[in-house]
Design a protein around this ligand. Sequence first.
Ligand SMILES: NC(=O)c1ccc[n+]([C@@H]2O[C@H](COP(=O)([O-])OP(=O)(O)OC[C@H]3O[C@@H](n4cnc5c(N)ncnc54)[C@H](OP(=O)(O)O)[C@@H]3O)[C@@H](O)[C@H]2O)c1
Length: 252
Amino acid sequence: MTNDEACKAVIGAVQAGYRLFDTAHGYENEAGVGQGIRSCGVPREELFVTSKLLGAWHGYTAAQSAYQASLHRMGLEYLDLYLIHWPLPSQDRYVDAWRGLSRLLEDGRVRAIGTSNFKPAHLQRLIAETGVAPDVNQIELNPYLHRRETRAHGERLGVATQAWAPIGQGGALLHDASVTATAANHNKSAAQIILRWHLQHGVVPIPKSSDRRRIRENIDIFDFELTSEEVARLAELDRGEQAAVDSDTTGC
Ligand SMILES: NC(=O)c1ccc[n+]([C@@H]2O[C@H](COP(=O)([O-])OP(=O)(O)OC[C@H]3O[C@@H](n4cnc5c(N)ncnc54)[C@H](OP(=O)(O)O)[C@@H]3O)[C@@H](O)[C@H]2O)c1
């Protein structure tokens, strides 16, 4: 989204009941998200705002400076969650970046810190070398990509899992026969079925929409429940960990 679109989407989403907002330095819309947060009429402390560190800023001091720059662009005094966007193992600097984020947390400048696109091996290394576990790991996750191993590993460490591409980026998943049949059972849309699936798996989905109607639709998922048979049918859609974006070789 552009800054303008992001600002409008945040305001519409707050009115629809959303309280968590996710942006990143790399999306070039932190300013719009921040403007929406500041002008939406709900007190800042009732909102949960996340941004992410770009790879060029992996480093102890660099990460702290990048956080300050994000706050400046957003016009906010603090973030609720700051994530390392990608591990970028080829740079081999994510542990230094993590030390920088840990320092922000220690100093009370951010409320929680985490990672994004980290595989179990990346998380293990962070914890072994710094003793600090992430609060959150945000990964690509939806009924085509259950990420069982990564989720189970996170659970053992007490790391909450957030899902990006939660509805499969608006693609084929929304037209999958198992999803549309389940949607018909409940008189709900395919997107609502998928978002409900996330909740019933203890995952935090962060769907993106710039459309008022779809923004409202995506939060209207608290008045029904998927049956165990439906959950089992959706489990068959999993394409395995290897089908997700490979964060050993991809990222920014
Ligand atoms: N950590 C990372 O590396 C990473 C990577 C990618 C994304 N993210 C974060 O995750 C968020 C969501 O992921 P995403 O944008 O990749 O994928 P997504 O939320 O799964 O899908 C968004 C797409 O679905 C469409 N859509 C939304 N609601 C819909 C509905 N009810 N029915 C039909 N289509 C619908 C949207 O179009 P409209 O806008 O037109 O509704 C948009 O094209 C992003 O906004 C970003 O904050 C993080």
